[in-house]
Ligand binder design. Structure first.
Ligand code: ZN
Length: 229
């Protein structure tokens, strides 16, 4: 049997296993509402990373073959009327770090705020306060990622435009004393989460009340995995 055929067979088995692995979540009023939002994010990332690694191994496999299968979808009729995102994600604008993709979610599930370097600027804080207070989003994740260009720029001495300097300055503050990109990315994500706590009474109060859980994570492009840090 040709190697290509074997690979096709192994992909088919992987798909069969994948489809049987997880029952679709129940919907409430047309919305997906996982009972454990953090577990739902991590489960979604497991599906993504498995597809990601399969697509790396097998030139015939594509991510779209395995993602968005056998899982909850929000009803379009419900989404026309409102939104009930069960998680909020603050992350980088990097084109490879799309939360909906790497957590295998569908429209209406994640409330996402992005800027290069995932800094908690005023607009990000305000958007997060909206997601907590108006949309009642119960989980907030700040996520850094491997190979972050914004953090790399903050580590380097290269001169930048005034706007880029403004973007990079808070990152430099977070990563002071770091020389490795990977370490700097982690420090920057933790620092952004600390800034959010410092800057938002509403966020702190929501954590105290148990209405919000704040977590920090790192997305590794080589494995497709998101880990809590
Ligand atoms: Zn980045």
């Amino acid at each position: 049997m040709l190697r290509r055929e074997l690979l096709k067979m192994s992909t088919a088995f992987a798909l069969a296993g994948f489809k049987g692995a997880r029952a679709a979540e129940a919907t409430e009023g047309g919305f997906c509402n996982p009972t454990d939002p953090l577990q739902a994010l991590m489960d979604g990332n497991k599906r993504f990373s498995s597809s990601w690694r399969e697509a790396m191994r097998n030139p015939d496999a594509t991510l779209s073959q395995q993602l968005h299968s056998n899982r909850c979808f929000n009803a379009p009729a419900a989404l026309i009327e409102s939104q009930q995102p069960w998680a909020t994600v603050l992350t980088c604008a990097d084109s490879r770090v799309s939360p909906s993709w790497i957590f295998d979610t569908t429209p209406g599930e994640l409330f996402v705020i992005r800027s290069a370097g995932n800094t908690a600027f005023d607009e990000a804080i305000a958007s997060i306060e909206y997601s907590i207070s108006v949309l009642r989003s119960p989980l907030l994740m700040v996520m850094g990622h491997s190979g972050c260009g914004a953090v790399a720029a903050a580590l380097s001495e290269t001169s930048l435009t005034p706007s880029l300097e403004r973007l990079i300055t808070p990152i430099r503050d977070q990563i002071d004393g770091s020389s490795r990109l990977d370490d700097a990315v982690r420090r920057n994500a933790r620092g952004a989460a600390a800034n959010l706590r410092e800057s938002s009474d509403l966020l702190r109060q929501s954590e105290t009340d148990g209405a919000l859980k704040l977590v920090v994570s790192y997305f590794d492009l080589s494995s497709g995995r998101v880990s809590l840090i």
